[in-house]
Design a protein around this ligand. Structure first.
Ligand SMILES: [Zn+2]
Length: 373
């Protein structure tokens, strides 16, 4: 497929978008596959009895990337995880959405993107989304929420309320759950023993490697099944190497249910696995922001072209007349040019045309002449 064909699909047809860490990189969020000295490297004391695969450096043990997101860290080095995740949360608060985030948001707002399934926990999609929040599914949770490991209470105050949780995490401690504490107080008032109740602790509501959240998985599978009923024409995968378990099933499901659908991957690295080669129709090796820039240029050309028709003087054939043409007799490029910009397209201020630029002398007139109108 040519890039322009993909743009046309995205502009005119319904899509489902699956995103990964690559779309947040230009926002300043590091991926753990890079940054030798970055946020995804933490030193711990050499006497620690860490069982995590680690790299020794100087007197300490160096935890890197994926190790910091492995569920085993909660048992072996919880204090390191608490401090690290607090640093990551702080970093995320300073990040702005990338071009790709905005592109997806526009498609959602214009009714073209049925749903954005994101593997990212940074929540940049939600932080800057004013409406249509239900169109974003966070497959691996949301770092801005805290969840109790006992009563499952979720605190959505971005670590601020009822107390400043960041200070507690910064000290390498997991805060106690306020709901559990209230429950315990109530029990004491009722004269029940406090020892038999263990207060839960709060951790960021994200899925770590090795963790499985049945509720989260069930939610997104149900949602995906509903979305397929809307017969999207494209599954656009952006900024991910699809290494996370479970994603493959989602893509297979699309392939089997949507016969005419296209699966397109936009990523800076090619996936050479034979299974992906069978499932993915087209791989565009490109940064996702670069793809969006090209899409925006293409869209601007299209809008400018359509604007010429919309500003045609009364003596020329009207748009209504153009619509009466049997468009099956016109080649596909011409068809696109004849289409009126959908209502949902952002309005662009159009400069009045001078005589030289009049559509009478441009393609519109020629096309109409060829069609004997
Ligand atoms: Zn609790």
């Amino acid at each position: 497929m040519e890039l322009n064909e993909i743009f046309e699909y995205l502009y005119h047809e319904k899509s489902i978008i699956l995103t990964g860490a690559g779309i947040s990189q230009s926002s300043g969020i590091p991926t753990f596959r890079c940054n030798e000295n970055g946020i995804f490297n933490q030193s711990i004391d050499k006497n620690s009895n860490s069982t995590i695969t680690s790299k020794r450096k100087g007197n300490g043990i160096k935890l890197k990337g994926k190790d910091l997101f492995d569920v085993s860290i909660l048992q072996t080095n919880p204090e390191i995880f608490a401090q690290f995740i607090n640093q990551l949360h702080t970093k995320i608060q300073t990040c702005k959405p990338s071009l790709t985030h905005k592109f997806i948001q526009n498609l959602i707002d214009n009714g073209k993107c049925i749903r954005n399934y994101t593997q990212n926990i940074d929540s940049l999609e939600l932080n800057h989304c004013n409406n249509n929040i239900d169109k974003i599914i966070q497959l691996h949770g949301n770092i801005n929420n805290l969840k109790c490991n006992k009563c499952n209470t979720i605190i959505t105050s971005n670590w601020n309320n009822p107390i400043n949780y960041k200070e507690i995490f910064a000290n390498g401690i997991f805060p106690e759950c306020p709901e559990c504490l209230n429950f315990q107080k109530l029990r004491l008032l009722q004269g029940k023993r406090s020892k038999s109740f263990i207060t839960g602790i709060l951790k960021p509501d994200i899925l770590l490697y090795g963790e499985f959240n049945h509720e989260l998985t069930l939610n997104f599978i149900n949602c995906f099944q509903k979305d397929l009923l809307q017969t999207p024409k494209i599954l656009l995968i952006m900024g991910t190497s699809l290494k996370v378990y479970g994603i493959k099933n989602l893509i297979k499901e699309f392939k089997s249910k949507i016969n005419q659908g296209k699966i397109i991957l936009i990523n800076k690295e090619r996936l050479n696995n034979s299974i992906w080669n069978k499932l993915i129709d087209e791989q565009i090796i490109m940064e996702t922001d670069e793809f969006v820039k090209k899409f925006n240029n293409w869209k601007e050309d299209l809008i400018n072209h359509n604007s010429q028709y919309l500003n045609t003087p009364p003596s020329t054939p009207s748009i209504q007349k153009i619509n009466n043409i049997n468009i099956n007799n016109i080649n596909s490029n011409t068809k696109r040019k004849l289409m009126i910009t959908p209502e949902s397209t952002p309005k662009k201020k159009v400069k009045p045309l001078n005589n030289d630029e009049s559509p009478l002398n441009k393609n519109g007139r020629n096309i109409l002449k060829q069609l004997k109108i």
